[in-house]
Design a protein around this ligand. Structure first.
Ligand code: PMP
Length: 405
């Protein structure tokens, strides 16, 4: 022919229909360094869970996938200590579960009571406000907690259809007492919604025994799965309310009438297409729940308590002050320390990342500028890791210039 192949190709490219060229950054290989994720999440993911997530994809509606989803359901029931059949995983992060709970359990105009003692109550209050609920907040400073008496008084006053409380307040490092609150809610015909994103597997929670009506968690904390899936469970009382609504939930994606069918929880023989679930994320979640089942919940709780206690003693030996004074109220997965006098916490965190490839974080929402946070969760929950974190902190204390004092 008149022109050889390379010339034709070049001509072709010059006459290309695309005006946006392939980005140069994508022509370089992916870089994702190995880091010690000793912050409040995500946590490091063990090789076994990474490998599960790396298996070949199957269809989200294949029978094998339904089997895997059924295993996940059983694993969540164990982790939550519940027999609720309405137990699923959201396709999305912890926020998907927060929105699912509120969108399905509450109708516009209904009263919702939210306990705010850190960022998570603030977030749920905003989610409820956005869908048109009549939101009442009981507010404490980060690290504060609510007595059962205070909760009962607020429930009596606002007559909410839903009361929200965070079990593991990761922005403050508080593990909130849970006993008796479910009974108060039941007595006043209110649903009890609990966030265990940062505490599940690290601190005891008993959904059925503690009369929790809706419970959710995340995948990326003590469960050690990658971020992006979020277990959630509804009991009979919650189902009664959410499946007898006058209005449809504002979200199609998070509508439990569809999700319950997709997860085979609605008793119907056929599961229909609703959305394409994150297949790899579910593989990984199943593996992380399998590890929890093999380890045993009680052993997992014991270990988090032991390692966090060890970390806390080491922090005090460094002269640091723990943010939560009451030992029993400290969250075993995420430990908060008061910012040491005269130090710039941002500088310390940057120093630790740069010199130790280790993530620790500052506060979040109302706790910004109040705390630094160290998380040792699941796979990372080892005394050797606590020692590494303590060494990194000691190094930062020595080398980060004092700004004042
Ligand atoms: N609740 C708590 C207690 C959390 O710690 C987090 C995550 N830091 C969330 C909710 C939100 O989860 P996600 O970031 O996965 O949406």
């Amino acid at each position: 022919g008149l022109m050889n192949a390379p010339v034709l190709q070049r001509l072709d490219r010059s006459m290309s229909s695309v005006t946006v060229p392939p980005p140069a950054c994508l022509l370089r290989p992916l870089e994702a360094p190995l880091r010690y994720l000793f912050g409040p999440g995500p946590s490091n993911v063990p090789p076994r869970v990474l490998a599960a997530g790396g298996r070949p994809i199957i269809g989200h509606l294949h029978p094998e996938m339904y089997g895997i989803m059924n295993d996940i359901k059983k694993g969540i029931q164990y982790a939550f200590q519940t027999e609720n059949k309405m137990t699923i995983s959201m396709s999305g992060s912890g926020h998907a579960a927060m929105e699912c709970a509120v969108f399905n359990a509450v109708e516009p105009g209904e009263s919702v009571l939210v306990a705010v003692n850190g960022i998570w109550g603030e977030r749920v209050a905003e989610i409820a406000e956005r869908m048109g609920a009549n939101v009442h907040k009981m507010v404490k400073a980060p690290g504060g907690y609510f007595t059962n008496k205070e909760i009962e008084q607020a429930v009596e006053k606002h007559k909410p259809v839903l009361f929200f409380l965070t079990h593991g307040e990761s922005s403050a490092g508080l593990c909130h007492p849970m006993d008796g609150i479910g009974d108060i809610c039941r007595k006043h015909n209110c649903l009890f919604l609990v966030d265990t994103v940062a505490s599940l597997g690290a601190a005891p929670i008993y959904m059925d025994k503690q009369s929790i009506d809706i419970l959710y968690t995340g995948s990326q904390k003590a469960l050690n799965a990658p971020p992006g899936t979020a277990p959630i469970s509804f009991n009979e009382r919650a189902c009664q309310k959410m499946f007898n609504r006058k209005t449809k939930p504002v979200s199609y994606l998070f509508d439990m009438t569809h999700l319950s069918n997709y997860w085979g929880c609605d008793g119907k023989p056929a599961r229909a297409y609703h959305h394409t679930g994150p297949v790899s994320g579910f593989f990984a979640l199943r593996e992380s729940l399998a590890i929890l089942a093999e380890t045993g919940l009680e052993e997992s709780w014991r270990k988090h308590k032991e390692v966090s206690g060890y970390l806390q003693r080491g922090l005090e030996d460094l002269g640091l002050k723990l943010f939560i004074p009451e030992r029993d109220l400290r969250l075993p997965s995420v430990t908060t320390i008061a910012i040491p006098e005269g130090y710039d916490w941002r500088e310390m965190l940057v120093y630790i990342m740069k010199n130790h490839q280790m993530e620790m974080t500052g506060g979040l929402g109302p706790s910004i500028g109040m705390v630094m946070r160290i998380g040792l969760m699941g796979y990372n929950c080892e005394k050797t890791n606590a020692d590494m974190a303590l060494q990194a902190l000691a190094d930062a204390l020595k080398n980060c210039k004092k700004t004042r004092g």
